[in-house]
Design a protein around this ligand. Sequence first.
Ligand code: SAM
Ligand code: SF4
Length: 347
Amino acid sequence: MQTTNNPFSTPHSQVSDTRPGLVDRFGRSVSYLRISVTDRCDLRCVYCMSENMQFVPRSQLLTLEEIVRVAKTFVALGVNRIRITGGEPLTRSNIMKVFRELGELDDLKDLTLTTNGTQLTKHARALHEAGVSRINISLDSLRPDRFRRITRVGQLDKTLAGIDAALDAGFNKVKINAVMLKHINHDEAVDLVEFARRRGLDISFIEEMPLGLIDDHLRVDTYYSSNNILADLRRRYELIATTEKTGGPARYYRMSDSNSRVGFISPHSHNFCDSCNRVRLTAEGLLLLCLGQEHSVDLRRVVRANPADDEALRNAIVQSMQLKPKGHNFDLNTREVILRHMNVTGG
Ligand code: SAM
Ligand code: SF4
C-alpha cells in the first residue's frame, strides 16, 4: 500500500517505509500485533486460568481466513511484527496455514510464536520452514512435580522435548518465559538460568499479572518482584545490564561467560507503558488496545459486515488507535482485576 492519496496517512500515521504507520494519541507508534488464535489450552497454569474454565464456543472464533485477513490489513498499515499466541496456539486445528500465509508477507519482519511447547515435537520443523523467526516457550519449573503443580495437568518431559525439537529444527532464537511465584517456584531462578545457559537459550522472568479471577492462590501472596529474582541471581552470576531490546518490554542482562540473556518483564516494579508499541487481537476478533485495560474494538463484526472490502477494516483499525489508553493500572492490593484471563488476552 502506498502513502500517496492514502486516507490514513494523516493525522494518525507516520511515514517509516512505504506503508502508513499506526500512531496513538500519545505519539506511540504501534508496529506490533499479538494474535491469540485460540483461548483453549492443553494446560491449566494456576496463574493463567482457574480450574474450570469456560472457553469461547468455536463458532464465535475468527476463522483462520479471517485471522489472516486482519493480520494482512495490520501489515498494510505498517505493523511489521506479529506474535501468534493463545491459549495454546498449536492446539488450534490447521494453524500451520496461518503461519505459512503470514510467513510469505515481505513487509512482516518478524513472525514469532509463544507456546507451552507441548506440541513442538510435531510442529517445530514446519514452523521453521514457514518463516517463524523466534519462539518463546513457557517453562516455570524443572521439577516434574512442581511443573505439574503449576500447570495442573502438564508433563515436564513434553515441554522439554518441545524445546529440544525447536533447537533441532534450526531455531537459534528460543527464549524461555518463566512466571515466578513466591513459595511455589521462586527458588528456581538459578536452575532455570543454568538450563538456559547449557542450551544457549535466552530466558525472561515475568511478574505475575492480575488478569482474570483465579482460584489457586491470592496473587498478592505469590508476588515475587523482578528485583528479588535479580538479587537471587546476582549471588551466583555477574549480571551486566544492557540496553538491548527485542521489541518488547523486557529489560536484559548479560553474563560474560555465556551468550544467554536474562530478561525481566516487570509490569509492577518497572512499568513499561510509555514505550508500548503493541495491540492484541483475541480469538473472537476483539482488538484490545491495552493488556491491562478493557478498551477494545470488535473487528469480527467489521470483518463479517464487509466480506469483500477491507476499507472499513482499515478504518476501524486506524480509529482504534484513538482508544489506546496511556497505560495499565495493575494493583495487586485491590480485588478489582481485569476479568479477562491471559489465555484470552494473548500473553
Ligand atoms: N500457552 C502459551 C504459553 O504458555 O506460552 C501462550 C499463551 S500464555 C497466555 C503466554 C504467556 O503468558 C506465558 O509465558 C505465560 O506464562 C504468561 N502468563 C499467563 N498468565 C499470566 C499472568 N497472570 N501473569 C503473567 N504472565 C502470565
Ligand atoms: Fe495455557 Fe499458556 Fe495459560 Fe499455561 S500460560 S494455561 S500454557 S495459555
